[in-house]
Ligand binder design. Structure first.
Ligand SMILES: [Cu+2]
Length: 222
């Protein structure tokens, strides 16, 4: 997400430059070259080789300057660097289910997995977010390379957490992968972002990032 914001800021610089330049050229043409201010046209000025070359090359260079950081970010986002843990998120009509296959529940001797359901209005406690809070949410450790594997059991869903910069389709029969590294504690909300039926708005995502020690004690409770 930091990369996306940085790219936006970078591109915004060029956009402002272009908008100002184009507005200035249009307004100066309207003001200076109308029939009141300029009665004559110069008969022999109908082609300018240098000008043509300049206004072809210059926009090309600007486009290249915008394209290169954009491609770098695009391919960097695909890279999954040695994940320390894996979270599998499975979309169902209409809730998310999570599997932490790196961890074993010692009492049942099975990998940790749980369903995450929306809290309805009656169940909400003071301070909880309406239509965003869930009964059991995902804890993840901070400063850890986490791999998310996204899939679905029925129709296409979409696992989207905007503040983490994730938005990945959950397709039945297919595993999609992305990775995050969260560098501070906090709660991150997301929603299903692919229309998946009447309960589409009732399957929010809640991820809480905590220190590694807190994370290890929290997952005991799943
Ligand atoms: Cu959905």
């Amino acid at each position: 997400m930091e990369g996306i914001i940085e790219l936006h800021d970078n591109i915004m610089f060029y956009i402002l430059l272009i908008v100002v330049l184009v507005c200035w050229m249009i307004s100066s043409a309207v003001v200076n070259f109308n029939e009141y201010n300029n009665h004559f046209s110069m008969k022999y000025l109908n082609h300018g080789m240098v000008l043509e070359i300049v206004w072809t090359i210059f926009p090309c260079l600007i486009l290249l300057m915008i394209a290169s950081p954009s491609f770098i970010l695009l391919y960097l986002n695909d890279e999954v660097v040695l994940p320390a843990m894996t979270v599998k998120a499975i979309g169902y009509q209409w809730y998310w289910s999570y599997e932490l296959s790196d961890f074993l529940n010692t009492t049942t001797n099975q990998t940790i997995e749980f369903d995450s359901y929306l809290l309805n209005d009656e169940m909400l406690e003071l301070g909880q977010m309406r239509w965003l809070d869930v009964d059991t949410w995902l804890y993840v450790p901070t400063n850890t390379h986490i791999r998310f594997i996204i899939t679905s059991m029925d129709v296409i869903h979409d696992f989207a957490v905007p503040s983490l910069g994730i938005k990945i389709d959950a397709n039945p029969g297919r595993l999609n992968m992305t990775s995050v590294i969260i560098n501070r504690n906090g709660v991150f909300y997301g929603m299903c972002s692919e229309l998946c039926g009447v309960g589409h708005s009732m399957m929010p995502i809640k991820i809480e990032s905590v220190n590694v020690e807190d994370f290890l004690s929290n997952i005991m409770e799943y």
